[in-house]
Structures are given as structure tokens and as C-alpha cells.
Design a protein around this ligand. Structure first.
Ligand code: ADP
Ligand code: MG
Length: 346
């Protein structure tokens, strides 16, 4: 008797889902990226118990056609990628058709959506990747509302590992803040419901609010008033970088880096280390900067496929690009520094 047998498909799906959605914030990030891809100018988010009980995102983007609801949550179905070659050129956030599939495997998903062309909105419920008929007709505005309930209901060990909804909410708050700074032409609200009828709204930014006002609302005026803008580019490495960075008057106990590569919020310990070294020359010992950095790299030079949560990104000429950015920040800091000295001397 052979002892190697294929795993049940349901188990395979649960494992795959668990690799992409580790916590509610991972689900929310995917949903925000979908809403931004859909061309939304307003994104409203609601959570209950840090997104574990309920996570809802409402956008005013292009909506989903009735005919696409059937495949919406099926793995590897997407409107964004046709052949493997497209992977290199793809500019949109999503590309693997895996987010909604993963979420639907480990939570109850409900979608209400309306395209601009459609006279009606449609409401669909999913059990795993399957649409549970009937699709209900509704009145509604153009856009999409996705409600995710009871995340990890069928992965009890994972669910139990979350002790407090507050920790999960704080991760959500941080992620929404990052996207609200980066997507500065999209309005964002974030609401925390307590399930007993009252709520708090820690984020409320209208569509037309400028980036510095956003940073001030999200990170405090003490931060926003000490920032300078920078930008740099280099054809040799096919990249552009821009952002806002704190000056020598400002320092934090821990660095706060809002890093976006090709419009996706990511982490990079290499970039963080290089920026900290750059600032070490300007800040008192133990001081660290606040930095929002957006890097656009030719998609053919980036490998976003390395990690299932797409958090760590690898790219070609990483060292050279990091050096260009740090050089730009250093020269801006030095310019500010010498103008200050000059000013005090006269
Ligand atoms: P991907 O983003 O990789 O395509 P997803 O599972 O995240 O995969 O989404 C599947 C498809 O569902 C998308 O390609 C898009 O066509 C559609 N979709 C998802 N969310 C939205 C949204 N908020 N507005 C419009 N279409 C959406
Ligand atoms: Mg997506």
C-alpha cells in the first residue's frame, strides 16, 4: 500500500489561505488594494473586534458586473493578468487572483456591488469560493462593499492565537494610515464598532485633503511641520523615488518608515538600515526619523512574488537605488543645516 496520498483539496485551500491571510490586516490590505485598483476616490472601512468579528470595506470604484460574481472568489481568477508575461508589466496592485479566494476560504464573505452601467446593485454571498444563490437585486450607489465576517472561523487554532481585538485594530489603523498618506487622492475613513451600537472613527480624511494635512491628522502636527519633501530618479537603474522626510530638529525613539514600492506597502530591512545610517550623522544618539518613501521601479526589475503576503519585495540594483535615495536625503539635510548655521551667524 502506498503511504503518500494527495491532501484533500479543502485542506490545501485552507493552508494556502493561511499563508496569505495571517491576520485581519492582511485581508484588509488586499481589499484596499482592490479598491484602489478599481479607481475609487473614497474608501470607508469598518471593523469589529479588530476585524476578527467583522471587516467591511466600501468603495466608490468601478464595481463588479453581475456576470463576474460567479468567479469572483475562485482562486486564480482575475481581471488583471492574462498570461505569465503580463506579470512583468503589471502595474496594478493585485495580479494573482488570490486575495478574495483566500479570504472566502477562512471567513464568510458578502459582496454588494454596482457598476456605473448597471441600473441595480447586486448582493452575493459566498461559502468558500462558491457563490450561494440567489444573487439579490438591491438599490445602491456605484462601487463595491465587501463584508468579511468571522475570520478564521474554520481555523480555530489560528483564531485562538489572537488574544485581543485591540492589537489587531492597531495594525489596521497603521495600515490604513499608510495607504491614506500614499493614496493622497483617495479619501479614507476608518470606523471601530463595539457591537453594541456605538462607534469611534479614528480616521476621517476627505478625498481632497492634501498630503501634509493627512500626515498631520494621522501622525500629529509636531511631525508634519518638521518634514521636507524630496525626490530623485536615475535612468541607469530605471527608478524614481519621492517622499517626505523629517529634518534634524525631529527625532523618534523608533524609526517610522512608510515604504511603498510600486504603490504597494512593503517592508525592507535593507532600506530601513540605510536610512537610519544616513540620519545617524544628523540626529542625537538613539534618535530616528519619520519617513514616507515611495519608490517606482520598472516592473521588470521587481520580484513581488517572493512572499505570499507580498510584503518583502526584491529588486534589481537594490544597493545602488538605496544609495541614490540616501544621497538625496543627505544633501537636502545638509542644505537645511548649512542655511540654518548661516542664518544664526548673520
Ligand atoms: P486580483 O486583485 O489579484 O485580481 P482578487 O481576488 O483580489 O484578485 O480580486 C479578483 C477580481 O475581483 C479582481 O481582478 C477584480 O476584477 C475584482 N474585484 C475585487 N475587488 C474589487 C473592487 N473593490 N472593485 C471592483 N472589482 C473588484
Ligand atoms: Mg487583489
Amino acid at each position: 500500500m502506498p503511504i503518500i496520498k494527495p491532501l484533500d483539496q479543502a485542506v490545501v485551500n485552507l493552508i494556502a489561505a493561511g499563508e496569505i491571510i495571517v491576520a485581519p490586516v492582511n485581508a484588509l490590505k488586499e481589499l484596499i488594494e482592490n479598491s484602489v485598483d478599481a479607481g475609487s476616490t473614497m474608501i470607508d472601512i469598518q471593523t469589529m473586534e479588530g476585524g476578527l468579528k467583522m471587516l467591511q470595506i466600501q468603495d466608490n470604484g468601478c464595481g463588479i458586473g453581475e456576470e463576474d460574481l460567479e468567479l469572483l472568489c475562485v482562486r486564480h481568477t482575475t481581471s488583471k493578468l492574462q498570461v505569465f508575461e503580463d506579470l512583468r508589466e503589471i502595474e496594478t496592485y493585485g495580479f494573482r487572483g488570490e486575495a478574495l479566494a483566500s479570504i472566502s476560504h477562512i471567513a464568510h464573505v458578502k459582496v454588494t456591488t454596482k457598476t456605473r452601467e448597471s441600473a441595480r446593485a447586486f448582493m452575493a454571498k459566498y461559502e468558500g469560493p462558491k457563490l450561494i444563490p440567489p444573487v439579490e437585486k438591491r438599490a445602491g450607489n456605484p462601487g463595491t462593499r465587501i463584508t468579511v465576517e468571522d475570520l478564521f472561523y474554520n481555523v480555530p487554532n489560528r483564531r485562538r492565537a489572537f488574544r485581543s481585538g485591540n492589537d489587531e485594530f492597531n495594525k489596521i489603523l497603521e495600515m490604513v494610515s499608510r495607504y491614506a498618506v500614499h493614496c493622497s487622492r483617495v479619501g479614507f475613513t476608518l470606523k471601530k464598532l463595539d457591537g453594541k451600537g456605538s462607534s469611534k472613527m479614528p480616521i476621517s480624511l476627505p478625498t481632497d485633503m492634501g498630503i501634509l494635512q493627512r500626515i498631520s491628522a494621522l501622525f500629529g502636527a509636531a511631525t508634519s511641520k518638521e518634514l521636507f519633501e524630496f525626490q530623485t530618479a536615475d535612468k541607469r537603474y530605471d527608478f524614481k523615488a519621492s517622499g517626505w522626510s523629517s529634518n534634524a530638529n525631529f527625532s523618534l525613539k523608533k524609526m517610522n518608515l512608510l515604504l511603498f514600492i510600486n504603490n504597494r506597502s512593503v517592508e525592507s530591512s535593507n532600506i530601513k538600515k540605510a536610512l537610519d545610517q544616513t540620519y545617524a550623522a544628523f540626529l542625537p544618539k538613539g534618535g530616528h526619523p519619520w519617513i514616507y518613501l515611495s519608490i517606482l521601479i520598472s516592473p521588470r526589475n521587481v520580484d513581488v512574488n517572493v512572499h505570499p503576503t507580498k510584503r518583502e519585495v526584491n529588486f534589481i540594483a537594490e544597493d545602488e537605488i538605496i544609495q541614490c535615495i540616501c544621497e538625496e536625503i543627505r544633501s537636502k539635510m545638509t542644505a537645511v543645516d548649512s542655511s540654518r548655521t548661516f542664518f544664526t551667524q548673520t
